[in-house]
Design a protein around this ligand. Structure first.
Ligand code: P1T
Length: 390
């Protein structure tokens, strides 16, 4: 039995799944999957592609190794890798929806995902309603005869709101709706939504999965074979696939996912405690703090709280900008999930594409700051925050 199929633990699968050495005649037994750069694969007979490979957009051995590893980590039967998180989302939506359909989405989502719903799919007569699904019962009220899909992030970007995946899956399935969970913030190391009842998981693998801020990517993981075939057909037909080199970088990043997530979380909790007692800080949002409104739910459905936290400072947007520009170690940058600490102002950066009224209504104020805590020495990170807040 291969490492991919065996019931190994998470860290073992991170290293080995999808990457068993090849011992076939003439193969070299590489312990790392080679980067197969060929865009096309020669065959000896017209109707017999070599080992199933024809053209890299359709199937590539390095990408396939990554898809296999990702599926193993999310406890999924199938995985597909795309050129970005948004490419994964777009291909998935094109596979599941047609004109006239309706999506119920969580009210707090990455700004780019909202933009995709509101400004791209909306033009094809696919509407989205945004609902605060931290109250699962609100899903019932939002369902329309043409609703097909429920889409959520838990914890959400940037407010770190946690939704009850099991309860939402039960309501969704009672109405024949599919539940998609964007698991980018926790990675499969801390949360496995398919095990909690979700139908499909999506990732921006640009974040924790890649882990080093040097590779853009997205993925879709699921168990249903018919749906997988539909999505795979569109992965090839639309063509937003992950390149062989980017697949390799992502495979390389995943091998330390368990180690990194532990350290991200340890640092994030210490920083959350530091910020919580600071007089210039109004509130701290982190699911690992007992003050978080869904702390008990987070303990129940996840095995950890990850490395992203948000906090609000007293004062104006100018005070927030001054604080951010004074930091020396934190990079003032969008994105998250890399080994280096990043900090940003969602209202002006990652969520600038969300209308100001909507931002204010859901709590993305002008002084809300989001941190992606890296794996540096915590004392250095806290000292930097301390001097910039002072
Ligand atoms: O950037 P891309 O790989 O296309 O992934 C989009 C995406 C999807 N889902 C979530 C939860 C995300 O956070 C993102 C990207 N987010 C940022 C760039 C950010 O700074 O929040």
């Amino acid at each position: 039995m291969t490492a991919t199929k065996k019931n190994y633990g998470f860290a073992t699968k991170s290293v080995h799944a999808g990457e068993e050495p090849d011992f076939r005649d003439g193969a070299t037994g590489d312990v790392v999957v080679p980067i197969h750069l060929a865009t096309t694969f020669a065959r000896k007979k017209v109707n017999e592609p070599t080992a199933g490979y024809e053209y890299t957009r359709s199937l590539n051995p390095t990408r396939k190794a990554l898809e296999t590893k990702l599926a193993a980590l999310e406890n999924a039967a199938y995985g597909l890798a795309f050129s970005s998180g948004l490419a994964a989302e777009t291909t998935l939506l094109l596979s599941l929806l047609k004109s006239g359909d309706h999506i119920i989405a969580f009210d707090d989502l990455y700004g780019g995902t909202k933009r995709l719903f509101n400004h791209i799919f909306n033009e094809y007569d696919i509407a989205a309603s945004f609902v605060d699904l931290t109250d699962a019962a609100l899903l019932n009220d939002a369902i329309q005869p043409n609703t097909k899909l429920v889409w959520l992030e838990s914890p959400s970007n940037p407010l770190l709101k946690v939704s009850d995946i099991q309860a939402i899956a039960a309501i969704a399935h009672a109405h024949n709706l599919l539940l998609v969970v964007d698991n980018t913030f926790l990675s499969p190391y801390f949360q496995q939504p398919l095990t909690l009842g979700a139908d499909i998981v999506v990732h921006s693998s640009t974040k924790y999965i890649g882990g080093h801020s040097d590779v853009l990517g997205g993925s879709v993981l699921l168990n249903d074979e018919t749906l997988y075939n539909r999505i795979q057909y569109r992965q090839n037909a639309v063509g937003a696939v992950l390149s062989p080199f980017d697949s390799y970088l992502t495979l390389r990043g995943i091998k330390t996912l368990a180690l990194r997530m532990e350290r991200h979380q340890e640092n994030a909790l210490k920083i959350a405690h530091f910020l919580q007692q600071h007089p210039k800080v109004k509130r701290v949002l982190y699911p690992g703090l007992p003050t978080h409104p869904q702390y008990d739910l987070a303990r129940k459905q996840t095995s950890g709280s990850g490395g992203v936290l948000s906090f609000e400072i007293h004062g104006s947007i100018n005070d927030a900008e001054q604080f951010l520009e004074r930091l020396e170690l934190f990079a003032l940058a969008e994105s998250l999930g890399g080994v280096e600490s990043l900090i940003e102002l969602p209202a002006a950066m990652t969520h600038a594409s969300v209308a100001k009224e909507v931002r204010e209504q859901i709590g993305i104020t002008d002084t809300l700051i989001r941190i992606s805590v890296g794996v540096e020495d915590t004392d250095d990170l806290i000292a930097d925050l301390q001097q910039a807040l002072a």
